[in-house]
Design a protein around this ligand. Structure first.
Ligand code: SF4
Length: 269
């Protein structure tokens, strides 16, 4: 079993690729036809589901098919279309501000360089990495709440700051894998390695994951079956007898569907 972070990273890439096959564009659950539409959809996806975003974008894209039309939009009209995605006033400001920036500084096109993307209202590193990897096929490791949680549980990082998680994983994984790995971690985080009740018994990473069977109901059940008193997760002994390293079961910022970075980005511009 891989014991180093690099070895665990390599095994994670291989196992999740087999579990969730496809390119970054195929794995992305947001519906879009071009980089502009993906950027709009990604900004809208903060603190809501991709399903909800996909319900509002057809009407939004029909009303505002490009940066020029969205740049000239009435805020209230945009708010009305996107209201059901939540935080609609901040998101509408971000969308119109983003479109104006594209129109005024990038000839109406979505740039692909990170240093350009992060200057756009509503766009932080997470959104920029989604656009780079999914729309352009470029390296980009987007860190949302699921990605951060799984990377910590898998021992690929100890960081809670998304930028530091991204930097740590980028050192362990080859750039061509970044985009698809991020999307696969999101899928695995939604379906298997959930925040409070990870299903380690059906996880393809369980044989090398340092957190396997140490979190939530799975850990409680294992303790009951073994007759051990309940204690802090992560404090169990490994089979070799060496104490496993303590790590938080629910790190700060963890929680399904909670991702505030895009809304924080909304304050730009
Ligand atoms: S073994 Fe458990 S904690 Fe580790 S990645 Fe899988 S579900 Fe998550």
């Amino acid at each position: 079993m891989p014991r180093s972070p690099k070895g665990r990273a390599r095994a994670t890439v291989e196992r999740l690729a087999a579990e969730y096959p496809g390119t970054a564009a195929e794995l992305c659950e947001l519906r879009f036809e071009n980089p502009f539409q993906l950027l709009v959809a990604t900004i809208l996806s903060a603190q809501t589901t991709d399903v909800r975003v996909n319900m509002v974008t057809p009407r939004l894209f029909a009303a505002y098919p490009d940066a020029k039309s969205l740049a000239a939009a009435e805020l209230g009209a945009v708010e009305e279309i996107i209201r059901s995605t939540g935080f609609f006033r901040a998101k509408a400001r971000s969308l119109v501000g983003m479109a104006r920036a594209l129109f005024e500084r990038f000839d109406g096109e979505v740039p692909s360089a990170m240093e350009d993307l992060v200057t756009i209202p509503g766009v932080g590193r997470k959104t920029a990495n989604v656009v780079r990897s999914v729309a352009f096929g470029l390296p980009g490791f987007a860190v949302d709440t699921h990605v951060g949680r799984l990377c910590r549980r898998l021992g690929l990082t100890e960081a809670t700051d998304p930028d530091r998680v991204e930097a740590d994983v980028n050192r362990l994984v080859p750039p061509p894998e970044w985009g698809a790995l991020s999307l696969r971690l999101i899928l695995h985080g939604r379906r298997v390695c959930t925040a409070r009740a990870p299903r380690c018994d059906r996880c393809v990473l369980a044989d090398f994951c340092p957190s396997a069977f140490t979190i939530g109901a799975v850990a409680a059940g294992a303790r009951r079956r073994s007759g051990r008193a309940s204690g802090p997760a992560g404090s169990t002994q490994s089979s070799s007898g060496s104490a496993r390293r303590q790590r938080p079961t629910i790190a700060p910022g963890d929680g399904d569907g909670i991702e505030a970075s895009s809304l924080e980005d909304a304050s730009k511009g």
